[in-house]
Design a protein around this ligand. Sequence first.
Ligand code: ZN
Length: 444
Amino acid sequence: MEAYPKSHVKAAVILTCVVTLVALTLPAQENEALSKSPVSLDLIPVPAAEAMPLPNAEAESISAPTTQWREVTVQSGDSLALLFKRNGLSAADLQHILELSEPEKALKKILPGQTLGFQTTSSGQLMAVRYKKNALDTLLIQREGDKFRADWQFATPEILLAYASAEITRERPSLYHAGKGAGMSDNVIMKLANIFQWDISFALDLREGDRFSLMYEEIYVDGELVKEGDIVAANFQNMGRKHNAVRYTDITGRSDYYTPDGMSMRKAFIRDPVHFTHISSRFNPRRLHPIHKRVMPHRGIDYAAPQGTPVVASGHGKVSIRRQNDASGKYIVIQHGEQYTTKYLHLSAFAKGIKPGATVNQGQTIGYVGATGWATAPHLHYEFLVNGVHRNPKTVTLPKALPIATDEMQRFKNSISPVLAQLNAVSGSGFASRGSADSSTGGD
Ligand SMILES: [Zn+2]
């Protein structure tokens, strides 16, 4: 997990605008530190960070005159019995603790790297055990006479919205590098790529000057970042086109991403059948054929990627061909409904279960990048056909996923407009006017 500067938690809402303005005008390096300032959103309750009560503050003042907490890190191969023994604790106490059902269940699953706290008196008597299962949940086992009692303590997380923005530059030419430069974790970068995977080819179509902004949740406990939540809104300017997405939870409780107009971001085909993080370089489509030494008609898209990189189905469909020949090497053809066909060539291997007639889901691994057939280096040759004719998937009009239902549209607009207004405010450039905070127009 990324270590974020703790100080930025304290950066206040008031500062947001200032910080953003400054961030936009600073050179890249300072920008890294500043472009990700948390902003609070009134939609999300932000409870005061409650310090976890010291496990037995009261007990300490009444009974035991001097007790001491010792934190022990679980090592590989450790069991509770070993930990007790190594720390000079009584086997009888352990027995009593394990008689309680709750601790027994939880403590059976202790993992290397987790910590256990033992509180002992000066004479070595065990008073309490504290097991931090994760950042939010702690099991506290306290002595009561000869026995023990166990209670879970649940920390109240504080959810802040973080803001990040970056530009594709010569120095940071990929989504990954640009995201890293803006202080985003791998996790958030991947989530961003997932949101726009139907619209943008992160493998082939990023250009200098492309830019993106996003707001995402960060979950804090006691002022410490414990994990990132979801992206709540994002925009991506790619090759002159702006794509906007906002997260919405519908009346059935299902969350997904939509355009500000209420269209689902999901579409029949994702842009890249090879994940952009594996792409090594770009091919020249007008290249001389390496074997025939003349320009070959080239009706597909080439993705240069290391041997063995997973190749995924770009859309839901049925495998019609899985075969090998001299030119294409190992290849797969998938039929998507009546009209659409995709082809995947030069594979090193087929994925398990991929054979004619098999149904595949969008994003499912169907094979692995290779250099079989007429190929001098490992790459995927991908073809997209409409009614048997080769087409550029980027320019072909594809059926859209269902939009938000008409009777839910007002709820959708009410829910997203504050979020969009906020991203608008912090990203400066903002969304297109329609679909932003002005929710009165929706039908144009
Ligand atoms: Zn090719």
